[in-house]
Design a protein around this ligand. Sequence first.
Ligand code: GDP
Ligand code: MG
Length: 163
Amino acid sequence: MSFTLAIVGRPNVGKSTLFNRLVGKKLALVDDQPGVTRDLREGAARLADLRFNVIDTAGLEDVTDDSLQGRMRRLTERAVDMADICLFVIDARAGVTAADRIFADILRKRADHVILAANKAEGFAGDAGALDAYSLGLGEPIRLSAEHGEGMNELYDELRPLA
Ligand code: GDP
Ligand code: MG
């Protein structure tokens, strides 16, 4: 295990789908209902020749655009503290939400290294959201489709120098 990557972000952006793809097993729950998976899950990830530890975060409560529930915040902070690198995931189809901005603030203050990812970016539906993500001030987003396995080479390019 060369490093630990925490996948963070509000519910329903596709964190567990990405976790499952990296770990290659259905360890994390994926659900169509926002906020259904709850817990911190760790797994051994493989991405081409990279081997690392990955943490999936989930929150009991749904996150609205106006509030970020304490449990979700605490879980995220725990994951950030356990991790060497945070992969901050937003939903490119939904665009940047108020909750995303709260997570961005937490990460800016607390995380050593943040990679921004705009997920659900398959096709063209995610174009606007991916552009919007620049406004988070966390650099250029990589465009992912966790569900379809797109953008994994860009994720690799981001992780490789840090391994
Ligand atoms: P989490 O709450 O952030 O862990 O999100 P999940 O991984 O549970 O995914 C939430 C929903 O988004 C599920 O219905 C997934 O199938 C869907 N989803 C995840 N990744 C993608 C993607 O790349 N593209 C699309 N279109 N949907 C996705
Ligand atoms: Mg999840």
